[in-house]
Design a protein around this ligand. Structure first.
Ligand code: RP5
Length: 165
C-alpha cells in the first residue's frame, strides 16, 4: 500500500497478520497528515526485498522507518543494519509468548546499531508514529503545533476525568 507520492515515513511489517497492531501507527500518521507508505516486508521470507528497502530508504526521502514484527522479530534490527534512517521498532504480540519474545528480539540491539523500541502492541505502534511526527516536527513548525495541540487535548481530557466516589 502506498499512500503518497513522496512518503516521509515508511511503515513496514513482517506479515499482513501484523496489520491489526500496525494500523495504529498508520492512523496517527494520517491524523497528522504525514506522507507515508506501508507495506509487508518480511525479514525471513523476503530478505532481498528487506535489504533493498533499507538500502534505498534514505535516497527515496524517508526520514523514519516504523518496523513492526512478531516472534523472533529480526526485521527492525536488520533494516537498521542497512540504513542510517532512524528505525522505530514495534513488538507485535505473538501467539505463544504474547509479544515478550518480540520485545526482547527488537530492544536488545548490540551497541552501535540502534533500534528505538516501543511498547508491545497498539500503544507501541501509535507511539512509534508519534515519535516519527516529533522527529519531523523539528523542521516543520506547522507539524510541531499540531503535536502541541494533540498533547493539550490529552491534558484537557485528563483534567476532566472524574472518579465514582
Ligand atoms: C513475523 O512472524 C511477523 O512479523 C508476524 O508477527 C509473525 C507471524 O507471521 P504470520 O505467520 O502470521 O504470517 O514474521
Amino acid at each position: 500500500m502506498t499512500e503518497q507520492a513522496k512518503p516521509l515515513v515508511g511503515v513496514i511489517m513482517g506479515s499482513s497478520s501484523d496489520w491489526d497492531v500496525m494500523q495504529h501507527a498508520v492512523a496517527i500518521l494520517k491524523q497528522f497528515g504525514v506522507p507515508f507508505e506501508a507495506s509487508v516486508i518480511s525479514a525471513h521470507r523476503m530478505p532481498d526485498e528487506m535489504f533493498t528497502y533499507a538500502e534505498t530508504a534514505r535516497a527515496r526521502g524517508l526520514r523514519a522507518i516504523i518496523a513492526g514484527a512478531g516472534g523472533a522479530a529480526h526485521l527492525p534490527g536488520m533494516v537498521a543494519a542497512k540504513t542510517i534512517v532512524p528505525v522505530l521498532g514495534v513488538p507485535v504480540p505473538s501467539k505463544y509468548l504474547r509479544g515478550e519474545d518480540s520485545l526482547l528480539s527488537i530492544v536488545q540491539m548490540p551497541k552501535g546499531v540502534p533500534v528505538a523500541t516501543f511498547a508491545i502492541g497498539e500503544a507501541g505502534a501509535a507511539n512509534a508514529a508519534l515519535t516519527a511526527v516529533a522527529l519531523l516536527a523539528a523542521n516543520d513548525e506547522d507539524l510541531a503545533q499540531r503535536l502541541v495541540a494533540f498533547r493539550t487535548e490529552q491534558t484537557a481530557a485528563a483534567q476532566a476525568m472524574t472518579l465514582p466516589v
